[in-house]
Design a protein around this ligand. Structure first.
Ligand code: THU
Length: 138
């Protein structure tokens, strides 16, 4: 994983990609469209939108479809890692990922993944300290 500092990331480009993804959200129940975007270590920008379901608990957050994009658009055998992430909802400013999605982002970005946040990006380890990971499995 290349060393990436907060200043290396084109945050406005990521936020715009998240806003474009928000336009594609399917959120008829909550009326809370969300778009997510992330930069990968192989230079892609992957995006996702929330996809709701009448069975509300089956709803997919924007981060879920973004991780699908990551896996689906990578080169065979090399899906890439997330290095910077931005998410927007209907309200101004950054939307911070829910608890489950912090775990999802941890799997594909690890503790150093930079998360956009009003006031300045923070590493995922700040939002999800002492994360459970595959290393904890036998
Ligand atoms: N939502 C996301 O897409 N990502 C999050 O991190 C938090 C919540 C979506 C799920 C649901 O469609 C709507 O926002 C309201 O909870």
């Amino acid at each position: 994983m290349p060393e990436v500092s907060v200043d290396d990331v084109a945050w406005n480009q990521l936020r715009e990609a998240a806003k474009a993804a928000r336009e594609l959200a399917y959120a008829p129940y909550s009326k809370h469209p969300v778009g997510a975007a992330a930069l990968t270590d192989d230079g892609r920008i992957v995006t996702g939108s929330n996809v709701e379901n009448a069975s509300l608990g089956v709803t997919l957050c924007a981060e879920c479809s973004m991780v699908g994009d990551l896996v689906r658009t990578g080169k065979p055998g090399k899906r890439g890692r997330l290095i910077a992430f931005a998410c927007v909802g209907p309200n101004p400013g950054a939307l911070l990922p829910c608890g489950r999605c912090r775990q999802l982002l941890s799997e594909h970005g690890g503790p150093d993944l930079l998360i956009d946040r009003d006031g300045g990006p923070v590493p995922l380890s700040f939002l999800l300290p002492d994360a459970f990971s595959g290393d904890d499995l036998p």
